[in-house]
Write a protein that binds this ligand. Structure first.
Ligand SMILES: Nc1nc2c(c(=O)[nH]1)N[C@H]1C(S)=C(S)[C@@H](COP(=O)(O)OP(=O)(O)OC[C@H]3O[C@@H](n4cnc5c(=O)[nH]c(N)nc54)[C@H](O)[C@@H]3O)O[C@H]1N2
Ligand SMILES: Nc1nc2c(c(=O)[nH]1)N[C@H]1C(S)=C(S)[C@@H](COP(=O)(O)OP(=O)(O)OC[C@H]3O[C@@H](n4cnc5c(=O)[nH]c(N)nc54)[C@H](O)[C@@H]3O)O[C@H]1N2
Ligand code: SF4
Ligand SMILES: [Mo]
Length: 718
């Protein structure tokens, strides 16, 4: 018999509690932890990735250094020496900004990487800090910062109590929710409908979530801002707003009335593809429901008016009185309040700009759309070295082919990753962290987005092999080596990193917990005690109203007027007028949108046996009408061409697609030489981001436009 250990799945934002049976030092079984107050026993197939990833022969268990052009195993001492030497060399010649840092999505699921990578950033002292945020949730944080005063003070829909949920550009039945941690969301949505509530999904595809909804509203990609403005037009211009207890906090309502005035449903209907009577009906439902929530994610974030969309969604919740209302949208209160951390301190937006294109910074980072040009363009501050931590920007950021080429030409590149993926294959040094089964777990980031407040710490379920440092160790050591002997501020960062490395990451969590807990609750002296006493997590209760107290705006007001958003609405108006004047033509062109697949996680987990099997997932979904017009037959191979590139993928004909729109998942394209993902390479697929353009960003925020990309599709010669 093995022993059962409780942990948390690190693979998506749902944070499912798991019970793992360990036998002879191996993971023998994984099941959902019914005692977890948030996940209540839910888990999805990806949880088994915990075992597969641990046992994957391609997972790096030893650092690699480049010798004579080849990446070969080396000792940790050799790896750190080579890493520090190359990065320091580049900075000595080209200045601090000559080395860039890119942090990928798994950093947010790994508290030691989240904290440790801050040291790496500060020790490099570079302005060239990038992350996956600018191909993801940046517009949402931008809106939160404008309205609530902090990028991480984001309300989530109270789906367990709401009566009407209007969802745009999100597919939580597959993604398991994003900026909305609600494990088992399919069941929660079923319950919503069972208690008489309604779910309405706005998406160009009849998604798996739309499939279980009361209504699917098919929309032309990239036009959600117009739809949202028309909804607001119906509510605010017609004075049907209902601020209720928010009335004393709201300012700028008159300006909002003016802003939405031109966007009558009849006007936006032809461009959005949503009939005017449907818009009017949706607005009426929102304005009259006792508790409703509007929610949007990736589809409304990474599109040409992403910032405006995310802001309008919040404004819609405010003017219907649903913000901070049970059954509406509420602010989670995690044991560690990340909205009270230094992230986002100071001028959050536009504190500095990228060198070549002048794209604005957000929360200390530049948009990743600028990375390739910052590497390619000579001059003072040109990037000649790179550090990536848990990322794969060659597959996950726009114009991957160009970035791939740019990274290949760098003088120094150090990666912290346990795979030699499509990006890290270019590294001079790869420093592999332990497998997720070998690390402790505390969700520092995603608890801020959960529909129930839970405090949970889990020790590692397996011991680290001898010689394998913790990721905290790796990042602190790297930071200390890079900063040694530099100017005072960086030197100090290095000294602190070296000191805290010895103390260990759990102590930082204990410190944060004791600050965050407030007066009335008992103070945990150790995370070990927390996990002993509450192995499945400690329930801190459901979400509750907290405004105006938690607002970070000064004075504590909800201001509905923002110059930046007013000018975005103006830009949208101009674009719509131009579109309406254009002769209907160009039926050759289709609009490409993204999707996610259940047994996949962005560009990775494609190398895991349990998840990789089954039918081809990197397929282009297309409406049969569009196929017929192009003599494309079911299951054939097609060529998809954009202004940036061309892909060959199998086609899947389905009436779920809106005519004129095609859908492809991102994160495939595992046929690049030099990566070491043997299983993934057997079904490589093609990379969506070979079609997207670095030039295309949301003007308000600098976030990449990854949806609504014009493409042509034709049958490939067999
Ligand atoms: N076209 C298009 N592009 C997109 C998107 C889209 O919808 N459409 N979505 C975007 C979104 S939302 C995101 S979040 C990004 C993701 O983009 P990225 O964050 O750049 O890439 P991932 O695919 O998440 O790759 C994660 C890497 O981290 C490694 N890793 C996993 N766990 C750990 C760990 O604990 N420590 C370390 N050091 N490494 C680890 C894995 O081995 C893998 O190589 O992609 C974006 N790109
Ligand atoms: N299984 C699985 N789960 C995941 C991930 C994964 O790769 N696989 N990735 C994780 C990550 S990093 C994230 S950020 C989340 C993302 O979580 P979600 O945002 O829920 O996931 P997506 O499936 O990308 O949903 C985006 C939807 O937007 C639609 N869309 C595209 N363009 C438009 C548009 O212009 N307007 C509207 N209204 N809709 C549009 C697409 O058709 C798609 O259905 O998922 C997380 N969970
Ligand atoms: S939904 Fe799946 S991948 Fe996400 S945390 Fe739960 S088990 Fe892990
Ligand atoms: Mo993401």
């Amino acid at each position: 018999m093995g022993t059962s250990r409780a942990t948390v799945c690190p693979f998506c934002e749902a944070m499912c509690g798991l019970l793992v049976t360990v036998e002879g030092g191996r993971v023998a079984a994984i099941e959902g932890d019914a005692a977890d107050p948030l996940s209540r026993g839910h888990l999805c197939p990806k949880a088994f990735g915990l075992r597969d990833l641990h046992e994957d022969p391609d997972r790096l268990r030893q650092p690699l250094c480049r010798r004579g052009g080849e990446l070969v195993p080396c000792t940790w001492d050799e790896a750190f020496a080579a890493a520090a030497k190359s990065l320091r060399g580049v900075q000595a010649a080209g200045g601090r900004d000559a080395v860039a840092l890119y942090r990928g999505n798994p950093v947010a699921h790994n508290y030691a990487a989240l904290l440790g990578s801050e040291f790496v950033a500060k020790s490099l002292g570079t302005r060239n800090v990038y992350s996956a945020n600018s191909v993801d949730a940046l517009p949402l944080m931008f809106a939160a910062n404008l309205l609530y005063g902090h990028p991480l003070l984001v309300p989530v829909p109270d789906i367990d109590r709401c009566e009407l949920l209007l969802m745009l550009g999100a597919n939580p039945v597959v993604s398991n929710g994003s900026a909305l941690s609600a494990p088992g969301i399919r069941e929660r949505l079923r319950q919503l409908r069972e208690r008489g509530g309604r779910l309405i999904v706005v998406d160009p595809r009849r998604t798996e979530t739309a499939e279980i909804a009361d209504e699917h509203v098919s929309i032309v990609p990239g036009t959600d801002a117009a739809l949202l403005l028309a909804l607001l037009h119906e509510i605010v211009a017609k004075r049907r707003e209902r601020l209720d207890r928010l009335a004393s906090m709201v300012t700028g309502l008159d300006e909002l009335r003016e802003l939405v005035a031109p966007f009558a449903p009849e006007w936006v209907a032809p461009m959005t593809g949503v009939p005017a009577d449907v818009i009017a009906r949706l607005a009426h439902s929102l304005a009259t429901a006792t508790a409703a929530a509007c929610y949007g994610r990736v589809g409304v974030s990474t599109q040409s008016f992403g910032g405006l969309c995310c802001w309008l969604i919040q404004v819609l919740n405010i003017v219907t009185g649903n913000l901070d209302r049970p059954g509406g949208t509420l602010f989670p209160r995690a044991a560690v309040d990340i909205a009270a951390t230094p992230f986002g301190r100071g001028p959050v937006f536009g504190a500095f700009r990228s060198r070549v294109r002048g794209l604005p910074s957000f929360a200390g980072e530049l948009p990743v759309a600028a990375l390739a040009e910052e590497i390619e363009t000579p001059g003072v501050g040109q990037i000649r070295g790179l550090v990536t931590i848990a990322g794969n920007p060659v597959l996950s950021t726009p114009d991957g082919t160009r970035l791939d080429r740019a990274i290949a030409g760098l003088e120094a590149y150090v990666a912290v990753d346990f795979y030699r993926n499509e990006t890290t294959r270019h590294a001079q040094v790869i420093l592999p962290p332990p497998s997720p089964a070998e690390r402790d777990h505390f969700d520092l980031f995603y608890r801020a987005f959960a529909v129930r407040n839970v405090e949970r710490y889990a020790p590692a379920i397996l011991a680290r092999p001898a010689g394998q440092p913790a990721e905290w160790d790796i990042l602190c050591r790297l930071a200390a080596r890079v900063a040694a002997g530099r100017e005072a501020r960086r030197f100090a960062v290095g000294v602190v990193a070296a000191g805290l490395r010895a103390i260990g990451a759990p102590r930082i969590i204990e410190a944060l917990l004791s600050i965050g807990r407030g007066r009335q609750r008992p103070s945990w002296r150790s995370v070990a005690r927390l996990s002993e006493q509450y192995p499945s997590g400690r329930d801190l209760g459901g979400l509750e109203p907290c405004l105006p107290a938690r607002l970070k705006t000064r004075p504590r007001r909800l201001a509905l007027h923002h110059e930046a958003m007013a000018s975005e609405a103006e830009r949208l108006k101009t674009a719509l007028v131009a579109a309406a004047d254009r002769p209907a033509g160009d039926t050759a062109s289709l609009l490409l949108v993204g999707r996610r697949e259940l047994r996949s996680n962005n560009s990775w987990m494609h190398n895991l046996a349990t998840l990789a099997g089954g039918k081809d997932r990197c397929t282009l979904m297309m409406n049969p009408l569009d196929a017929a017009a192009r003599q494309i037959v079911s299951a054939s191979t097609v060529l998809v061409t954009s202004a940036t590139g061309e892909l060959r993928v199998p086609v899947r004909l389905t009436a779920a697609m809106r005519p004129g729109v095609v859908s492809l998942p991102h994160g495939w394209g595992h046929d690049r030489a030099g990566a070491a993902l043997s299983l993934a390479a057997q079904a490589p697929g093609a990379s969506y981001n070979d079609l997207t353009a670095a030039e295309l960003v949301d003007a308000a925020t600098g976030t990449s436009v990854l949806n609504g990309i014009p493409v042509t599709v034709r049958a490939a010669a067999s």
